[in-house]
Design a protein around this ligand. Structure first.
Ligand SMILES: [Zn+2]
Ligand SMILES: [Zn+2]
Length: 294
């Protein structure tokens, strides 16, 4: 069981979830729970599927921590990451995200849906088999409220990013205020607020941008580099056109073997010190992406 507590000092929420301590870290001798033959996966599959998280910190059954924690598997292949698949396959994953959003947002107790992926042991990922996740919360996370307020004034994605690559409907950029040594922002040119608003052309273009963004990450640091992919949409009950949908792909790697830790000033005050200049980073990314453009 869990409970949600709001910190009155900074208005962030904390989820107290002691049950998660039982969560296994995958050991070599144990079978992967996401490969065929496990309790959860009985047949071979080659399309995105959702499974309930076995150790959820939020659940519709919890009285004080209502929500949803879902695992998204891309395929039964234990080593193929999201963007090792074809762009057509990535499009089908985007359609899966959209169908899950439409289903989850019917639940009137929920306020926010976050789709994300953590990859890499260095950032604490317990299971090797590539998988994304969906969390849905009964509150609007403070970060989303802050982003929303900023969009009420001006839209950074319409006005102020550092462009790296564009196709007909999507951009890959970085920002002058990048916190991480590797930080890409992928967003539609059209100022829309959720994945569910994407048209067919935009789904195709997003898949191509995701592929290029990951190719540039792998090209810079190698294949098993840790990353976090986060999809930022507006909150469920907002029907205004204020928020601009965006996806952030970040990696804590500075070089292939140097890692940025979130130390005192980052953790205590949220002030990041980035040793990579986003202007130089954007130039480097432009050159890398050019090599992969078709
Ligand atoms: Zn596996
Ligand atoms: Zn915008």
């Amino acid at each position: 069981m869990s409970r949600i507590v709001k910190n009155p000092l900074d208005e962030n929420h904390v989820i107290i979830s002691t049950y998660r301590k039982k969560r296994p870290f995958q050991q070599k001798e144990l079978r992967c729970p996401f490969c065929v033959g496990s309790d959860e996966v009985t047949e071979s599959f080659n399309k995105a599927i959702s499974l309930p998280n076995k150790y959820p910190s939020l659940s519709m059954d919890y009285e004080h921590a209502k929500g949803i924690c879902e695992v998204i598997l891309y395929s039964d292949n234990h080593t193929k990451t999201l963007t090792d698949h074809s762009s057509e396959f990535i499009e089908s994953v985007i359609r899966h995200w959209i169908s899950r959003i439409k289903e989850i947002e019917k639940n009137t107790d929920l306020e926010y849906i976050f789709i994300f992926e953590n990859y890499g042991k260095k950032i604490g990922v317990s299971l090797e088999h590539p998988h994304g996740q969906i969390y849905s919360f009964p509150f609007i996370p403070k970060t989303i409220l802050e982003k929303y307020r900023s969009f009420e004034d001006t839209c950074v994605y319409c006005d102020e990013t550092i462009l790296i690559h564009e196709n007909s409907t999507f951009n890959i950029s970085t920002v002058e205020f990048a916190k991480w040594p590797f930080e890409l922002h992928i967003y539609p040119k059209n100022h829309i607020h959720s994945l569910a608003q994407l048209n067919e052309r935009e789904i195709k273009d997003l898949a191509l941008c995701l592929q290029l963004a990951f190719q540039s990450l792998y090209s810079k640091f190698g294949k098993n580099t840790p990353y976090i992919l986060g999809i930022y949409q507006t909150y469920i009950k907002d029907h205004s056109d204020i928020f601009h949908l965006h996806i952030e792909l970040i990696s804590p790697m500075i070089t292939k073997d140097r890692f940025k830790f979130r130390a005192g000033i980052e953790t205590s005050l949220g002030i990041f010190i980035n040793s990579v200049d986003p202007l130089e980073f954007s130039e480097e990314m432009r050159n890398i992406i050019k090599r992969f453009e078709k």
